[in-house]
Design a protein around this ligand. Structure first.
Ligand code: COA
Ligand code: NAP
Length: 281
């Protein structure tokens, strides 16, 4: 049997040498994993979120564990002034920006009929308007570097997802923004792509959105028969940020073990069970 693969060594360690990445939501979960992966491949990182203590702690931890440089800044992506200041600090620190990861997001389960007006607006503002704000603030620097944007999306909107009307709508908008910016900014040499993760274990997202009682049924409906790992998403981010993806722009990449193909099974896991029994599978 082949020796187990070291999943930190899928790409060459200098794949992103000399690059600077600005990562919103980089202090936790999937985007902290992406920040670590970009650093392992030679990039300097700037991680941004509302909670300066959280990003500062994450930056210290990543620098200690991986080496290289990580700079923490606070910003609420809903606030363009905040975002402009954070981007200016990043450029002052590292001299430019080559890679932007738009990962900041908010989500919680709530039936649409009980969702307050402000709850819907809040999630649209963080996910969609936040992605535009940060992209626009980074644009002059990405134009200079002929850089690349990666928007962290989801598959929620492919079939619609109950109890997440706000986040589904926001991510649908993010995917459309990915295409629009790819069209407009391609001639400047800027590539814009999206990653749509399926449910990823050990994240706030899964804790909030996939009730524990659902997980077993859900996993049975995933063609690859498991939840995602943060590392699964990291690999796609390193690839999309690299020269290997030089001709790729305007695309959304689903990284979910094939789960989106069984969208209805995700929403109604018992219907999948019933189908299996009825088909004697
Ligand atoms: N159910 C129903 N409504 C909720 C809610 C929940 N679980 N959580 C928040 N809301 C509503 C609030 O009641 C408020 O509406 P109101 O003013 O009409 O009462 C509105 O949403 C905004 O909430 P608030 O707490 O003021 O927003 P915030 O800007 O401080 O925080 C959130 C943003 C709500 C998205 C918060 O959950 C957050 O910070 N999330 C980041 C982490 C995260 O969501 N990770 C998962 C990513 S997939
Ligand atoms: P997470 O750890 O909660 O990450 C969200 C991050 O966004 C936090 O670091 C948070 O930091 C930051 N943030 C929230 N609101 C912000 C704001 N207004 N301004 C700036 N930063 C803000 O969640 P996660 O589960 O890893 O999710 C990361 C990304 O993957 C999100 O885009 C999510 O939609 C997507 N995704 C996740 C899953 C999953 O299974 N987890 C599946 C599909 C897609 P502060 O609180 O410090 O601001």
């Amino acid at each position: 049997m082949a020796a187990p693969v070291d999943t930190t060594k899928v790409f060459l360690p200098d794949t992103l040498k000399g690059k600077v990445a600005f990562i919103t939501g980089g202090g936790s979960g999937i985007c902290k994993g992406i920040a670590e992966a970009l650093m392992r491949h030679g990039a300097k990182t700037v991680i941004a979120s509302r909670n300066l203590e959280r990003v500062t702690k994450a930056a210290e931890e990543m620098t200690k564990n991986i080496g290289g440089e990580c700079f923490a800044v606070s910003a609420d992506v809903r606030n363009p002034e905040d975002v402009e200041k954070a981007v200016a600090k990043a450029v002052e620190k590292f001299g430019g920006i080559d890679i932007l990861i738009n990962g900041a997001a908010g989500n919680f389960l709530v039936p649409a009929e009980n969702m307050s007006y402000n709850a819907f607006r809040t999630v649209i503002e963080i996910d969609l308007i936040g992605t535009f704000n940060v992209s626009k603030a980074c644009f002059p620097h990405l134009k200079k570097s002929k850089g690349s944007i990666i928007n962290i999306s989801a598959t929620l909107h492919y079939n619609g997802t109950p109890l997440q009307a706000h986040a589904s709508s926001a991510k649908a908008g993010v995917d459309t923004l990915t295409k629009g910016l790819a069209l407009e900014w391609g001639p400047y040499g800027i590539r814009v792509n999206g990653i749509a993760p399926g449910p990823i274990s050990e994240t706030t997202g899964i804790d909030r959105l996939l009730p524990k009682d659902y997980i077993k049924g859900y996993v049975r409906a995933v063609p690859m028969q498991r939840l995602g790992k943060i590392r699964d998403i990291e690999h796609m981010a390193v690839f999309l940020a690299s020269q290997g993806a030089n001709w790729i722009s305007g695309s959304n990449f689903v990284v979910d073990g094939g789960a989106w193909l069984t969208g209805n099974a995700y929403q109604y896991p018992d219907s999948m069970e019933r189908m299996r029994k009825a088909s004697k599978l």
